[in-house]
Design a protein around this ligand. Structure first.
Ligand SMILES: [Zn+2]
Length: 303
């Protein structure tokens, strides 16, 4: 995107090519696409491929082909995070210049114990590393958020999201393995593109607070948020990725039924039987798109 195109609605879908699309990620793609389409806005595809050890080109190609098969097309060029390192490095410099960055030597084991206990997807530094001598070569880089102001925003489905400096005290911006951390890349990319509306799965709902903090630390605007329900197994467990992978070598009728099923999970009106292509279903669904149907829902069960 270039300057001057961010006056209207600009949404995005930002998959990580660590596997094939599954029902949950297709739901996020459809939801963000329809929200943009109903607003007569634009829709950007961003491939979040910073973690070279986990991301594979064949998954990227498969995801793009799958989206196209479902009629989820964008006229905007696809963005690749792996090509945007300079932007993230500049953001790191900005944070460092503000005196807020510090090296954190807390171990993965220590941090994951906290994440499990609090179920909020993130863990702050546990050992007061900011005031300790930590080996920079073997540590994550964090930004201290405690000096910032509280921020509250209203998610269009789930309501209030609050960044509280005394709760969301710090966040990793560069991982121990040197990879730019997810939250920093997302915040920088969304602001750089002029994204007005972040529409994504509710699995990122809790972590949004840290993104509000990072936006403030970097002087970036906060977009509107709409968190869509995540798809769970019928027993309520996290969707098994392998089992739900969406193949594209299926025929048109399977594409259509998968798409109808995703719309049903989002509690949207069923497209008429007369709709003969994914594109026709999406056109109908965009005209009828109603976020009120799933408002407040954190998850929906696959059948
Ligand atoms: Zn630490």
């Amino acid at each position: 995107m270039t300057e001057g195109t961010n006056t209207g609605y600009l949404g995005r879908f930002a998959p990580s090519p660590t596997g094939l699309l599954h029902q949950g990620s297709l739901l996020a793609a459809v939801g963000s696409f329809l929200d943009a389409a109903q607003a007569h806005g634009q829709w950007l595809l961003r491939i979040e491929d910073l973690d070279a050890a986990r991301c594979r080109d064949e998954f990227t190609q498969n995801i793009l082909t799958t989206l196209a098969a479902y009629g989820l097309a964008s006229i905007l060029p696809v963005q690749y995070q792996s090509a945007r390192s300079a932007l993230y490095e500049r953001a790191l410099e900005t944070l460092a210049a503000s005196g807020r960055t510090f090296h954190c030597g807390c171990t993965r084991r220590e941090l994951s114990a906290v994440r499990l206990a609090e179920d909020d997807g993130e863990a702050c530094c546990l050992n007061d590393c900011r005031t300790r001598r930590v080996d920079p070569a073997n540590s994550a880089l964090r930004v201290d958020l405690t000096g910032l102001s509280p921020v509250e925003t209203q998610d269009r489905s789930l309501g209030s999201i609050r960044f509280e400096p005394h709760i969301h005290r710090d966040v990793v911006v560069r991982r121990r393995d040197g990879v730019i951390a997810y939250h920093l890349a997302v915040v920088v990319d969304d602001a750089d593109a002029g994204i007005t509306d972040v529409v994504r799965g509710a699995d990122l709902w809790q972590a949004t607070a840290w993104q509000l903090g990072l936006q403030q630390a970097l002087g970036l605007a906060t977009p509107r948020y709409l968190h869509l329900p995540v798809v769970t197994e019928p027993d309520g467990q996290k969707l098994a990725k392998a089992r739900r992978s969406i193949a594209i070598e299926t025929g048109d009728s399977e594409l259509m039924s998968t798409l109808r099923n995703v719309l049903a999970l989002l509690r949207q009106d069923a497209a008429p039987e007369a709709a003969r292509t994914p594109k026709e279903i999406l056109e109908f669904a965009a005209a009828k798109w109603n976020t009120g149907r799933f408002r407040g829902l954190h998850s929906v069960m696959a059948d």
